[in-house]
Design a protein around this ligand. Structure first.
Ligand SMILES: NC(=O)c1ccc[n+]([C@@H]2O[C@H](COP(=O)([O-])OP(=O)(O)OC[C@H]3O[C@@H](n4cnc5c(N)ncnc54)[C@H](OP(=O)(O)O)[C@@H]3O)[C@@H](O)[C@H]2O)c1
Length: 244
C-alpha cells in the first residue's frame, strides 16, 4: 500500500470542514468525507485534488452505530486510519428560559456525543498502529461562555475536557489529541447573525476582521503534521484575539 495518510473529516459538506478537506487533499492525504448531505459531499469530492481516491460517507455523527460502520469501512478500504478531524457541529441558540429540551439534546448529541462516537471507534485502530492524530473543533464559546448559547458552550467545553482526557489515556500509544477553539469564522453558521451583532463582534476583535475557514484549516494541517508531534491535550485559540 502506498504511504499516503488517511484522514476522516466530519462536517465536510460546507464551511470550515469543507476547507479543512481541500487543504488536507492538497497535502496528498486520502480523505473520508463525512456529513449528512451526501450530494454536497459528492460535489466536494469532485472538486478535490486527486478526486477519485477520496470517499464519501453520509452519516449522522450522533448515531453510534452509523459511525461504527463508517469507521469500519474506512479501515477496510484503506488498511489504516492516520487522522481524525471532528468538526461537525450545530447551534440551536436561545436563552435558557426559552431553550427547549430538544435544543439542548440535539446540540449535545451532535457536537459532543459525535466527537465521542468517532473517537471511540477510531482509537482501537490507531492504538494498534501505535500512531494517530486527532483534532477536535471546539469554540472560544466553550472557554468564555456566551449568553444565549448555554447548550453550545456546554458541548464545546465538554470537547476540551474530552480532548485532554483522551490525550492522557492514549499518549503512550503514540496518539496525539488536540482541540482548536475558533472565534468568529465566516460560514453558514454565522451568516444568520444580524449585522448589528456582527458589528459589535468586530469591535472586540483585536485583528479587526472575522476569521475565514482557511484560518482554521491551516492550524488543523499543522496539528496533523510531524511539526506537532510533541503537542497533545492542547487547545489552540484561533480567534483574532477575540478571546485573550
Ligand atoms: N463558524 C464559526 O464562527 C465557528 C466558531 C467556533 C467553532 N465553530 C465550529 O466549527 C465547526 C464547523 O462549523 P461551520 O461554521 O463550518 O458550520 P456549518 O457551515 O454550519 O457546517 C457544519 C457542518 O457540520 C455538518 N453536520 C451538522 N450536523 C451533523 C450531523 N448530525 N452529522 C454529520 N454532520 C453534521 C454539516 O453537514 P450536514 O448538514 O450535511 O450534515 C456541515 O458540514 C462546528 O463544530 C462549529 O461549532 C464554528
Amino acid at each position: 500500500m502506498e504511504d499516503r495518510k488517511i484522514a476522516i473529516v466530519t462536517g465536510a459538506s460546507r464551511g470550515i470542514g469543507k476547507r479543512i478537506a481541500s487543504t488536507l487533499a492538497e497535502e496528498g492525504m486520502i480523505l473520508a468525507l463525512v456529513a449528512r448531505n451526501e450530494e454536497k459531499l459528492v460535489e466536494l469530492k469532485n472538486e478535490l485534488h486527486d478526486s477519485e481516491i477520496h470517499s464519501v460517507y453520509s452519516c449522522d455523527v450522533s448515531n453510534f452505530n452509523e459511525v461504527e460502520k463508517v469507521v469500519k469501512s474506512v479501515f477496510e478500504k484503506n488498511g489504516k486510519i492516520d487522522y481524525l478531524v471532528n468538526n461537525a457541529g450545530i447551534t440551536r441558540d436561545s436563552l435558557l428560559l426559552r431553550m427547549r429540551e430538544e435544543d439542548w439534546d440535539n446540540v449535545i448529541s451532535i457536537n459532543l456525543k459525535g466527537v465521542f462516537n468517532f473517537t471511540k471507534h477510531v482509537i482501537p485502530y490507531m492504538a494498534r498502529q501505535r500512531s494517530g492524530k486527532i483534532v477536535n473543533i471546539s469554540s472560544i464559546v466553550g472557554l468564555m461562555g456566551n449568553a444565549g448559547q448555554s447548550n453550545y458552550a456546554a458541548s464545546k467545553s465538554g470537547i476540551i475536557g474530552f480532548t485532554k482526557s483522551i490525550a492522557k489515556e492514549y499518549g503512550s500509544k503514540g496518539i496525539t489529541v488536540n482541540a482548536i477553539a475558533p472565534g468568529f469564522i465566516e460560514t453558514d453558521m454565522t451568516a444568520k447573525l444580524p449585522d448589528r451583532v456582527k458589528e459589535e463582534y468586530i469591535k472586540s476583535i483585536p485583528l479587526k476582521r472575522f476569521g475565514k475557514p482557511e484560518d482554521i484549516a491551516k492550524v488543523v494541517k499543522f496539528l496533523l503534521s510531524d511539526d506537532a508531534d510533541y503537542i497533545t491535550g492542547e487547545t489552540i485559540n484561533v480567534s483574532g484575539g477575540l478571546y485573550i
